[in-house]
Design a protein around this ligand. Structure first.
Ligand SMILES: Cc1ncc(COP(=O)(O)O)c(C=O)c1O
Length: 463
């Protein structure tokens, strides 16, 4: 029989000591991160092999656990906050961001209703409003925080589906003689559109990829033709997803033209500004926001560009009640918790339990201030343009897309230029070899542990 006193939590003095040790661990990790490999060169399973198959029967001391983090976990990681991590989109580890995460941990509340944690609910509304003001969205857009843009688009398209096929929430899609629903997005858009179509029962085949121009922007004429053809064939256009900052090249779709078309056709317009949304805070990116006022929903990922640690994504919906009508459902045991007129964020999505994500956004945004965020975004753009200038001056490399925001797409071309083929007009065989060579170079850099890059394929050449 165990002593019941041993079943409580760690004694306060011991906990205080552990916290101090952890503070030192975090500070040391941050200070020396540049001395770590950016990425491991292990084969899949290498980390699991070093760990016991079963969880320990008896509790283990914290020091022993930290020692294993140092010995097994840290070397088995890709360090996204490493100064030579240059992959995907920039990262959001900062000292104030880490403090925001730390301070959230002891609070550990569930922000499902206003009553289950008034501060979590109200702070969520506050930071959503701050961000809306920063990026200049009209007031009729209200938002909700989710973990990711993929979850955001799924919720947005659920509302689009409800408006295209009313009462789907109640009766589902089958046995109702409904027309097949269609979603349109560019051939450069993120795969989250298909994921949403899968989850919503629309089907991934019903996501139509519209071609792009030589700057990777959606061709609006082709969009119009595709919608017209679908209508003629008895299909029902449900939504268009325009992208502001595509995943491969950070290209920006012509949102105003797309918005006008959606307006005429009465189709939901969702803007995926997961990456580009943060840059909307800059005056020089004002042009990018043309047409945002025509959207039904917009997703922005502060965990990509506005320095909030993963995960923190905001979905804005024009007239948020439309989202509430699709997802509000109050179980009996929560009825007493939902009597206040305040927002209950559980009504705006499939999640019931919700983290207090707003706190870390509030901490980082207060720590940096709007000016601090804007200056740092401008610095990212300066660095991206500097790299692009180096590439332009070095004939072993070429830009494969116009640099956009913090993204620079380039490739190594020296073999073509050295006479394998006519400069500027590589044969398909040479182009294939070049692709393979570039892919090998990226793999080797990443395996070296000294830097980390991301590879992609673009359909058109740089214009
Ligand atoms: C343009 C775009 N949209 C959506 C996403 C998905 O973001 P999340 O990981 O938050 O779901 C990404 C991810 O890189 C993206 O680049």
């Amino acid at each position: 029989m165990r002593n019941h006193k041993a079943l409580g939590d760690t004694p306060p003095e011991k906990f205080r000591k552990q916290l101090h040790e952890l503070a030192d661990w975090i500070a040391d990790f941050r200070e020396h991160i540049d001395q770590l490999r950016v990425a491991p060169d292990d084969k899949p399973g290498a980390i699991r092999k070093q760990l016991p198959r079963h969880a320990p029967e008896e509790g283990e001391p914290f020091q022993k656990i930290v020692a294993d983090i140092d010995r097994i976990i840290v070397p088995g990681m890709v360090h996204w906050s490493h100064p030579m991590f240059l992959g995907y989109f920039g990262w959001t580890s900062t000292a104030p961001g880490i403090l925001g995460e730390i301070v959230s941990a002891p609070l550990n509340v569930n922000a499902m209703t206003w009553r289950t944690c008034p501060a979590a609910t109200e702070l969520e509304t506050v930071v959503i409003d701050w961000l809306r003001y920063w990026v200049g969205l009209p007031d009729e857009f209200e938002g909700v925080v989710y973990d990711t843009a993929s979850v955001g688009i799924m919720h947005a398209l659920a509302v689009a589906r409800e408006e295209a096929a009313p009462a789907t929430r109640k009766f589902g899609l089958t046995d109702r003689n409904l027309l097949r629903l269609r979603i349109y997005t560019s051939d450069q858009a993120h795969s989250s559109a298909e994921k949403a179509a899968i989850a919503l029962g629309v089907g991934e085949e019903n996501v139509i990829r519209i071609p792009t121009d030589n700057q990777f922007r959606m061709d609006v004429d082709a969009l119009g033709q595709s919608i017209a053809a679908d209508r003629q064939n008895g299909l029902q256009p449900m939504a268009v997803v325009a992208t502001v900052g595509t995943t491969s090249t950070a290209s920006v779709d012509p949102v105003r033209d797309i918005g006008n078309l959606c307006h005429e056709e009465k189709i939901w317009l969702h803007i995926d500004a997961a990456y580009g949304g943060g840059f909307a805070m800059l005056q020089e990116y004002e042009w990018m926001k043309k047409g945002w006022e025509l959207a039904d929903s917009i997703v922005i990922n502060p965990h990509k560009t506005i320095f909030v640690p993963l995960d923190f994504s905001v979905l804005y919906v024009r007239d948020l009640a439309r989202l509430r009508r699709v997802f509000s459902l109050v179980p009996e045991y929560l009825r007493g918790d939902t009597v206040e007129a305040e927002k209950n964020y559980m009504d705006y999505g499939i999640q019931l339990g919700r983290r207090f994500r707003a706190l870390k956004a509030w901490v980082i945004w207060r720590s940096l201030g709007r000016a601090g965020v804007v200056d740092r975004l401008r610095e990212q753009i300066r660095l991206a343009n500097l790299l692009a200038d180096w590439i332009k001056k070095d004939d072993r490399f070429e830009l494969s897309a116009r640099p956009g925001m913090g993204v620079v797409c380039f490739r190594f071309v020296a073999p073509t230029r050295r006479g394998d083929a006519e400069p500027g007009s590589p044969t398909p065989a040479t182009a294939g070899k070049l692709d393979q060579l570039n892919s090998d170079v990226v793999e080797r850099i990443n395996a070296s542990g000294s830097a980390y890059l991301t590879q992609t394929k673009s359909a058109s050449e740089m214009c």
